[in-house]
Ligand binder design. Structure first.
Ligand SMILES: Cc1cc2ncn([C@H]3O[C@H](COP(=O)(O)O)[C@@H](O)[C@H]3O)c2cc1C
Ligand SMILES: O=C(O)c1cccnc1
Length: 355
């Protein structure tokens, strides 16, 4: 399934992009006046293979949840149980991601790919957040001691993400948004950014939920120790995900690949998402054509990853939460970029004089 998905990911459609550029030049506004939105609209036309591309709706957030053996190294002040407890909160509609999803009109799907303690499930409702139980392992192994995952486990997580993308698109989603929950998951995210980005762990590691100075120094050394132990090869993305990644990171890489293969845009959230996006791009370089960077997370690794991916984030508000919150805030910007191609009059049609 991974191989067929990778094989289905192709380049952007040049004629559709040329048509979008031409249309942007004829709309009743000075050329270039919509800044980054214009290039985004062109890219989404290239992804869809048609101009104008479909409006990116309805929107679906997929929150992949997992726990981390590296938690034992004291890289976060939060207890591991918070991952499962927050799943309960997501399903009850009480987290920040739920508030922003309601505002944006997006559905929320929580996918347990690797939570250590069984998630507290909320009463099933016909509408509202949904839980997909796809647990591969009750948390990863400690990457400073051994590989976090076997290659088979990493592959199973990637394929779960591909499957979730396909299910959401089959159910009608016009855009997918990445979300994550996993206490400790900024540590493997930093390791992935350092491995794929070829930067020193000190450049890729941030303070996550807000760790103090001694914990931050330890966190950098933990990332350094894991990379020294495994020496992951960036040309072998499954190997990188298995040795120093996490189940939610691997599943997010799969979600991105699944969206790219179906030529549906995927709006990336913070550092966990962009670390997974580096893995997706290593599997299939053309997958970057489907990626839209929602925001610039305050985590330094996010900036390193965005630069590597060649993506400019739509918003930059100093957010460092995850869950999909930054992607949701950026959604109206993406929709606006496409709506312009559908609804704005041309100089000809509106009888407006050109310069
Ligand atoms: C209550 C709470 C809600 C969250 N929602 C997202 N995260 C975010 O913080 C965690 C990563 O940070 P670190 O690597 O420092 O543990 C992840 O669960 C991420 O989704 C949360 C964290 C907490 C504590
Ligand atoms: O950028 C993120 O997604 C992020 C940052 C800090 C903690 N959790 C997530």
């Amino acid at each position: 399934m991974l191989e067929t998905t990778i094989a289905a990911i192709g380049p952007l459609d040049e004629p559709a992009m040329a048509a979008a550029r031409d249309l942007q030049g004829r709309l009743t506004k000075p050329a270039g006046s919509l800044g980054a939105l214009e290039e985004l609209s062109v890219r989404l036309a290239g992804l869809a293979g048609t101009c104008p591309p479909p409006l990116p709706e309805p929107a679906a957030v997929a929150i992949f949840a997992g726990d981390h053996g590296v938690h034992a190294q004291g890289v976060t002040p939060w207890p591991q149980e918070v991952t499962a407890q927050m799943i309960g909160n997501f399903l009850a509609g009480g987290a920040v991601v739920n508030a922003f999803a309601r505002q944006a009109g997006a559905s929320v799907t929580v996918v347990d790919v690797g939570v250590a303690t069984p998630p507290v499930t909320a009463p099933a409702a016909d509408t509202g957040p949904r839980l997909v139980e796809a647990n591969i392992r009750r948390g990863t192994r400690d990457m400073t001691v051994e590989a976090a995952l076997t290659r088979a486990e990493a592959r199973a997580a990637v394929e779960t993400g591909i499957r979730v993308a396909g299910d959401l698109i089959d159910a009608g989603a016009g855009i997918l948004l990445t979300g994550d929950m996993g206490i400790g998951n900024t540590t493997p995210a930093a390791a992935l950014v350092a491995a794929f980005g070829g930067v020193d762990p000190a450049e890729a590691t941030g303070r996550g939920t807000g760790v103090d100075d001694p914990t931050y120094r330890r966190k950098i050394e933990v990332v350094r120790a894991a990379l020294r132990r495994h020496a992951p090869d960036p040309a072998d993305p499954l190997g990188v995900l298995a040795t120093v990644g996490g189940l939610e990171h691997a599943a997010l890489a799969g979600l991105i690949l699944g969206a790219a293969a179906r030529r549906v845009p995927v709006l990336l959230d913070g550092v966990i998402a962009v670390s997974a996006a580096l893995a997706a791009a290593a599997f299939a370089p053309h997958a970057t054509g489907a990626m839209v960077a929602g925001h610039r997370s305050a985590e330094p690794g996010a900036t390193v990853a965005l630069h590597r991916l060649g993506l400019t984030p739509l918003i930059d508000l100093g957010l460092r939460l995850g869950e999909g919150t930054g992607a949701l805030l950026a959604l109206p910007v993406v929709t606006g970029a496409v709506r312009v191609l559908h609804e704005v009059a041309t100089f000809d049609s509106a009888g407006v004089a050109e310069k």
